[in-house]
Design a protein around this ligand. Structure first.
Ligand SMILES: Nc1ncnc2c1ncn2[C@@H]1O[C@H](COP(=O)(O)OP(=O)(O)O)[C@@H](O)[C@H]1O
Ligand SMILES: N[C@@H](CCOP(=O)(O)O)C(=O)O
Length: 331
């Protein structure tokens, strides 16, 4: 106990800051398996305090609780519990650019961010693999959490106890265009529409596409992405939840996409695009217009795959948290 108190004192003035990338899960056929980190971020600052205070900045975190039921606070307590440390009060500040409940992994980034910030706060007692296992056991989708944690393209598995993951460096010429509808669609709602069984023919279809996609992304064979992103496991069932989705899945490659998929559980759709493509504007217009024709306002955004996952900021003294958020400190 004496030793623990001394340790707590040691952490008393300690502040940590992390940035966590958003993720796009499934990449079409790799349901609950494939993911990729993209350059939209959540930032968390955490320090030991005498009273818990949670401050959420920006528009994206509207409605998230600021008491001890906050997910970041809860993740921190989980880390302290695993490390057998008692730190009841924390000052947490968070800012996020990741739209909530749209299929860009906001929940996974919050789980991973809370765990990683707390782990850094007490001197990294947990390994990244521990954090992968803990966050997957809560979030259940290793595709999102592995991408946010490690960055890059991830191929991940989860057996209910242990997650495993291999990273692939995204092809240099790969860019993505997301079209983000104005409405939210929770992952749980988008999982409710899935069937409980699958035909062998559909299973073969998805295994072959998913494997082809992994090979194509590993070797930079962009011409195979169109076939590799096809899916029969979840998208056909989710299409009814996203107006315009079916049409976009059928036509986007004619409008300049290398391949197209629902991002995570949606409603965002993600097009893979060759950064040299001359059809970028055409594709952007097509995606926004197709949703608009269905009465849905949607925002198009060009995102780059990122190879780095969670980023820890070392030089806390020289910069304010606002400098970090505004991008004045290099990611
Ligand atoms: N920073 C955060 N703090 C607390 N809860 C969060 C945070 N970010 C996301 N969440 C929770 O995750 C939910 C969205 O998760 P989900 O439906 O899986 O969609 P997605 O992860 O695609 O954004 C939000 O409605 C919110 O409850
Ligand atoms: N594999 C999951 C991914 C959910 O991703 P999210 O970004 O929508 O939370 C699924 O498709 O249900």
């Amino acid at each position: 106990m004496i030793e623990q108190d001394t340790k707590q004192e040691q952490w008393q003035n300690h502040t940590v800051r992390v940035a966590v990338p958003a993720s796009t899960a499934n990449l079409g056929p790799g349901f609950d398996t494939l993911g990729m980190a993209v350059n939209l971020y959540s930032w968390i600052e955490m320090k030991v305090s005498t009273e818990t205070k949670i401050t959420l900045l920006g528009d994206e975190l509207y409605g998230i609780p600021t008491d001890k039921s906050n997910l970041i606070y809860k993740m921190a307590q989980l880390v302290f519990q695993k490390a057998q440390v008692t730190i009841p009060d924390l000052e947490i500040t968070m800012y996020s650019d990741i739209p909530l409940t749209r299929g860009l992994g906001s929940s996974a980034s919050a789980f991973v961010g809370g765990l990683c910030a707390a782990n850094a706060l007490i001197g990294f007692p947990l390994t990244d693999k521990d954090i992968l296992n803990i966050s997957t056991s809560i979030e259940k989708h290793p595709d999102n959490v592995a991408a946010s944690l490690y960055g890059g393209i991830v191929v991940a598995t989860w057996d209910g106890q242990e997650a495993n993951c291999i990273q692939i460096t995204p092809p240099e010429d790969l860019e993505t265009l997301v079209v983000i509808p104005e409405f939210q669609l929770s992952t749980s709602k988008a999982r409710e529409v899935l069937p409980t069984g699958l035909s062998v023919a559909d299973a073969i279809f998805n295994i072959s596409r998913s494997s082809l996609l992994v090979a194509a992304l590993s070797l930079g064979k962009l011409d195979m992405i169109k076939t590799g992103m096809q899916d029969r496991l979840h998208q056909p069932y989710r299409a009814s939840l996203v107006p315009g989705m079916q049409q976009i899945l059928e036509q986007a490659t004619e409008q300049g996409a290398l391949g197209i998929a629902l991002s995570g559980a949606g409603p965002t759709m993600i097009a893979f695009v060759d950064r040299h493509s001359v059809q970028k504007e055409q594709l952007e217009q097509y995606l926004v217009d197709t949703m608009k024709d269905q009465g849905i306002n949607a925002q198009a955004m060009w995102l780059k795959p990122v190879t780095e996952g969670v980023i820890y900021y070392d030089d806390i003294e020289s910069h304010s948290f606002m400098d970090v958020i505004k991008g004045e400190v290099r990611l």
